[in-house]
Design a protein around this ligand. Sequence first.
Ligand code: ZN
Length: 203
Amino acid sequence: MRLYGDPVLRRKAKPLAATDLLTVPGFQPQTVREVADAMLETMFEQRGVGLAAPQIGLPVRLFVAVEYADDEEEHEGQDKPLRSRVLREYVMLNPVIRPLNKKKDRSYQEGCLSIPGIYEEGVARARQVRIDYTDLEGQPRSLEAEDYLARVFQHELDHLDGVLFLDRLPDDVTSDHRAELLKIQQAAKTYLTELTAWEKRTH
Ligand SMILES: [Zn+2]
């Protein structure tokens, strides 16, 4: 997992085609489907609701997300496989989001697998959105989402533009978490150093 402070999280990701071969740093080239499957796996392992390609070091416009059949609260503290509760999985290439109206919502708590341990309310997101994207077969698709799922899609789309949820909150929120963020940045640095060393050994 690429962490806060890693420059790949700040790049604007590039469009991709369903037929592309992708090379995640540290791995062999893979099809988009293989990468998407690995991303879904990682997302479930880390108990996330979405994961964007830049978060695994791949600056392309791809994200995965999931909708669960019931509330997280009911299962709190359980380490049961999340997959049993999946209502629907989403894999989106080149997504474009449009708000359906001016209604905004700030009530949900937001977190990010690249900023572990930090959760904040107050990020204003459109309540109802339409999202156009390409699926794994290369077919154009479109759907409407609201509330929590709409928020997840907007959070993941932000990742493709190099934006993190903390950017959408007042600066003092980031300041409040300065110590934790420094630790995460340090871990990001360590990971990149190891990755560079690994790449030197193997090439
Ligand atoms: Zn995130």
